[in-house]
Write a protein that binds this ligand. Sequence first.
Ligand code: IFM
Length: 483
Amino acid sequence: MGKLDLSTAANRDDGYIPASASLYSGISRHDFPEDFLWGIATSAAQIEGAAFEDGKGLEIWDVFSRIPGRTFGGQTPDLACDYYHKYPEQLAMMKELGFNSHRFSFSWARIIPDGTGPVNQKGLDFYRRAVDKMLELGLTPNATLYHWDLPQGLEDRGGFLNRDVVNWYGEYATLLFETFKNEIPLWVTFNEPIATYVGYALGAFAPGRRLEKFGRQANHNLLLAHGEGVRRFRDVFGEKKPYDLSHANIGIVVDIWHHHPARPDNPDDVRIAELENEKAYRSYLNPVFKGCYTDALLKYMEETGSMPEIRPGDMESICEPLDFFGLNCYNRVVDSAEPSAVKEEIEFRGGNYMDNGQEFYPEAIYDALHNLRDNYFTDIPVIITENGTFNCGETPVPDENGYMRVHDTTRIRYLHGFLTCLKKAIDDGFDVRGYNVWTLLDNFEWPAAYSYKFGLVKTEPGAPGENPYVKKDSAFWFKRFLE
Ligand code: IFM
């Protein structure tokens, strides 16, 4: 990969206002509650780098990314954004852009290299330094225990297919709850459990197994581990209290990409979309909030021979009351038995596409909040734990002063659209307490590796120089929004 040539002028922002900012205005943080959390979301494997430093164990993406053909160009998370060394300046950048919170994840293998057994003190010390820095900067820490990076040592013992993962995870969770008992007010058990399904059923994610039954079993065991994590949390922090940042709170993060039938009156389209919803977000939300799998999912698992082992008491133990819910929302999906009908539905809605080919559908965030309130719960707040979009390329171009700029206008349009719909939801009474943009820096985007650029700020792994960052127009836009 070509390294970015970042001259000292690259990041000059003295008063820079992207030309597109005037197109996407009319909304600011003042339209949201005073105490709203404005955060940047990241995850360990995607940004930390230092994959082999200071005693860190291997995690499944270290291994998976080395299997030919599994990631774009064979790229690995080895270097990523080098947050492990550069966290002070990267956290300071979040602060400088106006954010007041940071959602990050712990790397299990950095803390317990084999997944169970001896603790790597250097790993824990790193997170201690990073959390202290967040607090010093006024960034409320929002910590995820597991964001897709299982220690390879545990995968070698069956990973999420081994029911012992519940206890392995419980021990790891307790260690972190006790270590950061007084510093972290927001805790997440798991980020987007569907990634584990993809890793065990479809092979596209680590660890790369490919059997529907594996995916369903892995998900069931993950949900059991989630319930265990919540019980361990209560053991350390005491009985459940209403959500409040003056004490620790726990939740789970699920992504809702709701599938819409392209033709709501066509039974085939409806069947396809409904099954996708069952197999995806409903397979997590139902057990977590209602203590059961839906009849439709049970039927599907029965018919496909993928029914997991469900022991008596399992469903109750998954359904532990939570303090908040983390919603990741990126878009909707339109399904049809007839591909041309998908295009027609999108065009009927205005034919809004982004540069990456996806539909621009900011109402997805309003719809998802409605869906949650109507179908799952009414009494816990929601934090938008991720929202953002990617482009490919985004080559910096010099402006009239010779400063490098990235004109990511579609990202500004996307963020403006989603934030406008989020504001409407809050005005309509939905209890949302925070929003996290995905993400600060271009980073390791799983199989797409460094080819998908999600950051407000451009960088590349191993980019030389002391300041290897170029703020994109969207970073300037967000800064103005937060001012
Ligand atoms: O990068 C991912 C993140 O790890 C989980 N949520 C979706 C993001 C963008 O694809």
